[in-house]
Structure formats: structure tokens, C-alpha cells
Design a protein around this ligand. Sequence first.
Ligand code: NDP
Length: 284
Amino acid sequence: MAVLILGGSGQLGSYLRHVFRDSLFTYNSTQAPGGIKLNLTEGIEVEDLVLKLRPSIVINAAAYTDVDACEKNREIAFKVNAKAVKHVVRACSVVKAYFVHVSTDYVFDGERGLYREEDLPNPVNYYGLTKLLGETYALSYDHSLVVRTSGVFSAYGHNFPSYALKALREGREVKAIESLYSPIHALALAKSIGELVSRRKTGIVNVAGDRVSRYELALRIADRLGVDRALVKSVRAEELRFEARRPKDSSLDVSMAKGLIDFDFHSTELNLSMMFEEADRELQ
Ligand code: NDP
């Protein structure tokens, strides 16, 4: 059973390669040994690749994920997050591959939170809009699964929990906004995707962590480290001068996934533990 992971050099892609051992995978700018170079802005290239490799499963973890850059570089965002998915789906339908597409809580406006799979999306930024278009292309194919997730993190890469952990460990102040989301460790997400793939689930499934604010999350990290909570400063989103608007509460309801996945993928403490273990290993 050949598995092709698009975006195998990314944060989630790296953990997916661990879960789907012996998978084929692509990278774009971050050269990864054993990977296949693929630029998704050239949509036709991905069609050629899928037709050549004829995988039975394609997992798309590739995306233009810099939310603020998407606002400025709209053409690239559209090509990578939306149009490329159309090409992947077209090739999957020819080789009859099962397709898993990873999407985001940012398809919602964040006015309510705890969004269920059937809730109406209403993105507030260009990243969210392009990801929503990507979902639509994915769902036009019967053998596809869209996994919506939120705040993917690990000890590596650019993400809020790892920034907070490093800063607090070094006794530096952490600025945290109070907006809510559903952060999940990339390994918990990759394992959950493994479970959903083994069931050949189709449609949309939210796979994310429990609802928490960035501020509360940073306090929990401070508590685990035993450092002064006063190092965590609550700031308003406007103070951070983001280019793109952010939803106030983009948390996801994961009831459906809890019924499909028989291990704990969602609890904040478990997800934080995974990051702490990685960070501790790095220090050794
Ligand atoms: P990363 O930014 O870590 O990885 C993105 C991947 O996409 C990399 O492998 C990158 O390749 C690849 N990529 C980017 N541009 C191109 C391109 N033009 N052509 C081909 N490949 C490209 O993202 P994550 O792993 O964190 O995210 C995985 C998925 O989860 C994405 O679909 C994202 O939208 C979704 N998501 C992420 C969240 C988060 O907080 N990170 C939250 C919610 C959803 P390379 O590095 O080699 O250039």
C-alpha cells in the first residue's frame, strides 16, 4: 500500500512520515533526504507525480501556512492552498487513490467557537478563504477525508507553545492573546490521521485539542516549568500588529473524532507533555 505525503518536510508532514513508515513524500524549499521535490504552485506537476507513482493513499499536509504572508501574496496562497488541491483530486480520481486533505479552524469567523463539522464556514482572512476553497475541491471527490485542525505544535518549528516554552525557560516574558483555539501536538494529530485512514473515513472530521486560550496555555506551561506566572502578559491582538485578521474563538468540537479514535488525542495536558518530552530530549 503506497502512501504519498505532500508536504512531508513540514511540521505535520514530518510526524506523518513517522506514522506512515516507508511512505513517499514531497518537499519544496526544505530539502529532506529521500523526499521528492515538488512545487505546488505548478499544479500540473502534482498531477504528473500522482499519475506516475500511483499511490493508494495521498495525504496533503502541504500548505502556504503563513497567515499574514497569505494576505500579501494572494496568488501563491490561492495556488498552493486551493488550486493545487483541484489537481491532486483530479489525479487521485484517475488512480483511484483515497485522499486525505488537512484543513484549518480558520475557515470559521471565530464569533462562536466549538465549531462542529457541519457548521457554516465564514473565513475572516485570505488564508482561511483559500483553505476553504481547498476543502471544497477535496470534498468534490467521494473518496476524500478533510481533517480540520487547529494550532498544530511541537517542540520544533514556529508555533506559540514552543515559543512560550523557550521564552519562559529562559526567564523571558511571553506576550499572549486571550483568543481561543484547540491546539494539538503534531504527533497526536498524525496518529489520529493514521487511525482515520485505517477506517477509510470520508467527509469532514475535526481533529484538534481541547479549547483553551493562548494566555491560559502559556500559564499552564509556566506552571509546569515552575516559573513565575507574572512572566505571561495578556495582550490584545491589535498590539501584535498582525497583517491578517484572526478569529476570536476558532475552537473546534471534536465529539465526532472522539467516537472514531480510541486514544486520547485532545487533552491539553497530554499534548503539552509531548512537547515537553521533545524539548527535554533536546536539552540532554
Ligand atoms: P508547515 O508550514 O510546517 O508545512 C507546510 C508544508 O507545505 C511544508 O512541507 C512545505 O514545504 C509545504 N509547502 C509550502 N509551500 C509549498 C509549495 N509551494 N509547494 C509544495 N509544497 C509547499 O505547516 P504545518 O505542518 O504546521 O501544517 C500542516 C497542515 O495543517 C496545513 O494544511 C495547514 O493549513 C494545517 N493547519 C496548520 C495549523 C498550524 O497551526 N500550523 C493550524 C490549522 C491547520 P517546504 O517546507 O519544503 O517548503
